[in-house]
Write a protein that binds this ligand. Structure first.
Ligand code: NAD
Length: 357
């Protein structure tokens, strides 16, 4: 099969890690007899430098014309004093919305070989965990009505959380369908004891759950979920939640794996096109030093094969190669912890994965 992939390398370590993922995808294409055509477009700080805007129209058009999008990361101190509307990170909201990406899938998995990297006690993570967070991405408080006004105590600012039944059903379906392919458990997280929007969320999820009798469904308040994630993470399979709660909980879930450089993500819409990216940022502190861990981006590439192109065997091959390299004891600097020895560079780690593939 032949696929066109738009590459948004972005800033900082973005170009290094995307180049690594491209090499792994090219090797996978060779092995399985596919052809991937890669076309780079500007996004973030590098786009501001070249065009004055973090998300040029050419980038949007290029992504819309592609079968899928692989993103590195955007931002860095150089652009920190850009006005709000022109900050590199603004491009992320813009491209998600231009591509109609309303779902964010974030796996948080503890790799057996990296168990020691988790900040949780051994007895909590002994059996590992494998959570898929399904976060609503284009609604809720990040997109709701906002502004400044005169309030009881003078000037105040406000943001609004609003969700429609349609938006809740849309994300709920993704969660239930995802659970059907895993261990068939969905936990919906809300704050229905306080928020009206959460009460509608919960009511709509309950209705939807009736259509999936095979899935074991539960609700949890977000404050409890934040505690349960560190107390007993293996109780979760698929978590579905709103934009803001998902933003916070998915970062918490990534921390308990102990390795930000390992975590991939997918943003999906109604069709097969998605945008795939590591969860970490542009790591300006190590940019250009060949020290970045490329695995989160490589695993994002694997997610692209699985979710956008339906190439599960190929995705499994990449994920297995990453596991084998870790099992063999290879580590980039961020994964060393208290281990002695010399860490692999970004390029060396990429080559190890390609060798195993
Ligand atoms: P960050 O994720 O870039 O870095 C946090 C820490 O983790 C740093 O010490 C960094 O060196 C390390 N790290 C991150 N990824 C790594 C990798 N692959 N390998 C090894 N170490 C890695 O977060 P930050 O420092 O808060 O943000 C830096 C910039 O990135 C900011 O401009 C921020 O706005 C931006 N950012 C972008 C995205 C995105 O593009 N999706 C996400 C988060 C932050």
């Amino acid at each position: 099969m032949e696929y066109n992939i738009a590459l948004l390398k972005g800033d900082g370590i973005g170009p290094e890690i995307v180049d690594s993922a491209v090499r792994v995808l090219e090797k996978t294409a060779d092995k399985f007899g596919h052809k991937f055509n890669f076309t780079p477009y500007l996004i973030g700080g590098c786009a501001i430098d070249a065009t004055g805007k973090p998300l040029p129209q050419e980038t949007i058009d290029g992504c819309l014309a592609s079968d899928s999008v692989l993103l590195g990361a955007v931002g860095g101190p150089k652009w920190d004093d850009q006005p709000g509307g022109n900050r590199p990170e603004k491009a992320l909201l813009g491209i998600r919305s231009a591509l109609g990406l309303f779902t964010n899938l974030r796996p948080a998995q503890l790799y057996p070989a990296l168990r020691k990297a988790s900040p949780l006690k051994d007895e909590i993570v002994a059996e590992g965990f494998d959570i898929m967070i399904v976060r609503e991405l284009t609604g809720g408080i990040y997109f709701g009505d906002r502004g400044y006004r005169q309030g009881k105590y003078g000037e105040e600012a406000y943001d609004t959380e609003a969700y429609s039944v349609t938006e809740i059903e849309r994300i709920g379906k993704v969660a239930f369908e995802t659970a059907m392919k895993r261990s068939k458990r969905v936990c919906s997280i809300d704050k229905a004891n306080v928020l009206e929007s959460s009460r509608l969320w919960r009511k709509t999820m309950h209705k939807l759950a009736e259509q999936y009798p095979e899935v074991e469904y539960s609700d949890m308040f977000v404050d409890n979920a934040a505690m349960q994630l560190v107390r007993d993470p293996k109780q979760f399979d698929v978590i579905v939640t709103s934009n803001m709660f998902g933003d916070i909980l998915s970062d918490e879930a990534s921390q308990i794996t102990g390795s930000i450089g390992m975590l991939a993500s997918a943003s999906l819409g109604a069709g097969t096109r998605g945008m795939y990216e590591p969860i970490h940022g542009s790591a300006p502190d190590i940019a250009g030093q060949n020290r970045a861990n490329p695995m989160a981006t490589i695993l994002s590439g694997a997610m692209m094969l699985r979710y956008s192109f339906g190439l599960s065997e190929e995705a499994d091959a990449i994920e297995n190669a990453v596991n084998k390299v870790l099992d063999a004891g290879h580590r980039t600097a961020d994964l060393m912890g208290t281990d002695k020895g010399t860490p692999l560079t970004c390029t060396e780690m990429t080559e190890k994965i390609i060798e195993v593939l």
